[in-house]
Design a binder for this molecule. Structure first.
Ligand code: GN1
Ligand code: MG
Length: 354
């Protein structure tokens, strides 16, 4: 993350409609793309200040349009609202003299997020809030949403990017990643054969990992989804798969000890029961393909991390040289576990979601 002093951050925050005082501003380091800070009024966290990475999100205006459009529908007694704090000059974000785009949101005090869980109540709550989110957005008009990252979850695009990275990668990297290359080719064959054309296009979150869900610290109820940057048109199986890969897998995304990577059936079933609370919006064709979402999404993130490893870590933030390879291998391990559980997932979905 780029480094900013407390003074610089306070100066940036001063461009927004917030009470004038000196805030304490601390970085949050979970995201891999944007720079995120938590703003405290000495001890109470009040706002999130964020720099949108415009190298990844080249259409910041479109992105902010999508977020604002969606906020109109994300109103419900079972869904906690987050408010975008406008800049003093109007609009949705502030562009600094260096060309960086900043935004401010209210922070939900008493909320928390989890990278992984072993708690079936959390898995249930995650399912409930994701289906609430998707069902609230059914009212949205697809035409109002901009494709800010075209073909974001398109496996053919990720395949092409991977193939070009292979061509330029250093030979020793190819040697280290030999097994991963074999697995990539095997799974690509299956996933590029999937026919998604008949699925309904919806406004999706497109990054529904567990740590993008806020929970109440006190009641452990899910409050809402955060990080709406990739909110755009998509298929529900994307949101489903991202949730499964982070809720049903009890290990973190870059876990090196693959013995810790488990497809936990209790968590899966609890998650589906949560989905079923608002689940009637799904069509038969969507339910039928959902198990493949749990294969597609860990694989897709795996191949993207792999590609970035081959390219020399130009996209994701990394804490050490081979972190993208570790992400890839861990995500591929879970992909295999989802492949082994396809029939099981179909049986649970048929029992609980129809
Ligand atoms: C990125 O920065 P973050 O964590 O919100 C990525 C997602 C991946 C995620 C991996 C725009 O999201 O697709 O799921 O890393 N976002 C983008 O954890 O590439
Ligand atoms: Mg994200």
């Amino acid at each position: 993350m780029s480094t900013y002093s407390n003074e610089e951050l306070n100066e940036l925050l001063g461009h927004f409609s917030v009470p004038k005082t000196k805030y304490l501003i601390k970085p949050l380091t979970d995201g891999l793309i944007n720079d995120t800070f938590l703003v405290y009024d000495t001890t109470t966290p009040l706002y999130i200040l964020q720099r949108v990475n415009h190298l990844v999100f080249t259409n910041v205006k479109g992105l902010m349009n999508n977020v604002q459009q969606a906020f109109k529908y994300l109103e419900d007694e079972d869904y906690t609202k987050i408010i975008l704090v406008p800049p003093k000059t109007g609009g949705s974000h502030y562009t600094s003299s260096t060309g960086n785009h900043w935004r401010v949101m209210t922070y939900l005090n008493g909320s928390t997020a989890y990278n992984t869980t072993e708690d079936t109540n959390i898995a249930f709550e995650a399912g409930r809030i994701i289906s609430k989110f998707n069902s609230l957005l059914r009212q949205a008009d697809l035409e109002d949403y901009v494709d800010t990252i075209p073909r974001f979850h398109d496996i053919s695009l990720r395949q092409d990017q991977y193939k070009s990275a292979l061509k330029t990668a250093a030979r020793e990297k190819l040697k280290i990643a030999e097994k991963a290359i074999v697995f990539t080719n095997e799974v690509l064959e299956k996933l590029t054969a999937l026919d998604l054309k008949n699925l309904p296009v919806r406004v999706c979150h497109n990054d529904t990992k567990l740590n993008n869900i806020l929970f109440s610290k006190e009641t452990k109820k899910a409050l809402c989804l955060i990080d709406l940057d990739t909110l755009m048109k998509g298929y529900f199986l994307y949101d489903f798969g991202d949730a499964v890969r982070t809720i049903v897998n009890t290990a973190v995304e870059d876990e090196k000890d693959h013995d810790k990577i488990i497809f936990d059936k209790n968590l899966f079933e609890a998650f589906i029961e949560g989905l079923a609370v608002n689940g009637s919006f799904l069509t038969k064709a969507e339910i039928d393909i959902l198990p493949w979402g749990a294969v597609l999404m860990p694989f897709l993130h795996g191949i993207r991390a792999f590609t970035d490893y081959l390219n020399g870590n130009v996209y994701y933030k990394v804490a050490y040289e081979n972190q993208n390879l570790d992400r890839c291998l861990s995500l591929y391990n879970f992909t295999q576990k989802s492949l082994n559980h396809l029939d099981y997932m179909t049986a649970v979905l048929n029992e609980k979601l129809r």
